[in-house]
Design a binder for this molecule. Structure first.
Ligand code: AP5
Length: 218
């Protein structure tokens, strides 16, 4: 299974990528998580990425492409992968195509998550994240067992700096301008599957499983 999860910020890509990775035993490659980890570890790459991320802007292509290529080279990706949040520009999509072709691989599917703008803003503004293990929660839709504490590792939950209203607006604008063209790009290549992601997490997972069922076994 080699799939890309595409969609505006907050549509639920990360939540579903986590579940698909467990269910189908494929690697999950989330550029947002990788970049946040680099920021947390204060690496040179993290320091470069931080100001872009805080403002809700895209990190330069060269930085992100390098990160993903490193991960794809990892053997754990051989059984399959789900790419969450990558590619996000046409140039990233072209580089991904080349990197896969060089390994005699190709994408099976690109899932386009669809949720109304109103719901996306609600999901993002209520999200609480674990800075340590990257688990995500929501103040209304996915409450942690103990208020403000990560169920998985016990760390205090935080609101991501880019989940503040100003940054959310920038992220949605950036999505429209730089990432939305990928819908057409992958549709032209007959890879796109739209998925209604407006329902509850379990309902969306069912839709997704139907779309991905043909790619479970190779
Ligand atoms: P990234 O972390 O990838 O952010 P994003 O794409 O904006 O996506 P989100 O993580 O905000 O949302 P999601 O769709 O994963 O939703 P989630 O499942 O968390 O990127 C962050 C930044 O890094 C970017 O802005 C950029 O600066 C940089 N970056 C990353 N990749 C890059 C790239 N390729 N190129 C350049 N820069 C890059 O869910 C959201 C909330 O909703 C959660 O609280 C969740 O609990 C809740 N929820 C989920 N599903 C449902 C549901 N069905 N019903 C109700 N609530 C739900």
């Amino acid at each position: 299974m080699r799939v890309v999860f595409l969609g505006a910020p907050g549509v639920g890509k990360g939540t579903q990528a986590e579940r698909i990775a467990v269910q189908y035993r494929v690697a999950k490659i989330s550029t947002g998580d990788l970049l946040r980890e680099a920021v947390r570890m204060r690496t040179a790459l993290g320091l470069e990425a931080k100001s872009f991320m805080d403002q809700g802007k895209l990190v330069p292509d060269a930085v992100v492409i390098g990160l993903v290529q490193e991960k794809l080279a990892d053997l754990s990706c051989a059984a399959g992968f789900v790419l969450d949040g990558f590619p996000r520009t046409v140039s990233q999509a072209e580089e991904l195509g080349k990197a896969l072709a060089s390994k005699a691989m190709a994408l099976d599917r690109v899932v386009n998550f669809q949720v109304s703008r109103e719901d996306v803003v609600r999901r993002l503004s209520g999200r609480r994240s674990c800075p340590k293990c990257q688990a995500t929660f929501h103040v209304d839709f996915a409450k942690p067992k103990a208020d403000g504490v990560c169920d998985r590792c016990g760390e205090s939950l935080v609101q991501r700096s880019d989940d503040q209203r100003g940054a959310i607006e920038t992220r949605l604008k950036v999505y429209d301008e730089q990432t939305a063209p990928l819908v057409r790009y992958y549709d032209d290549r007959k890879l796109l599957s739209p998925v209604d992601a407006s329902g509850a997490v379990d309902v969306v997972f069912q839709h997704l499983s139907q779309v991905l069922a043909p790619y479970q076994m190779r």
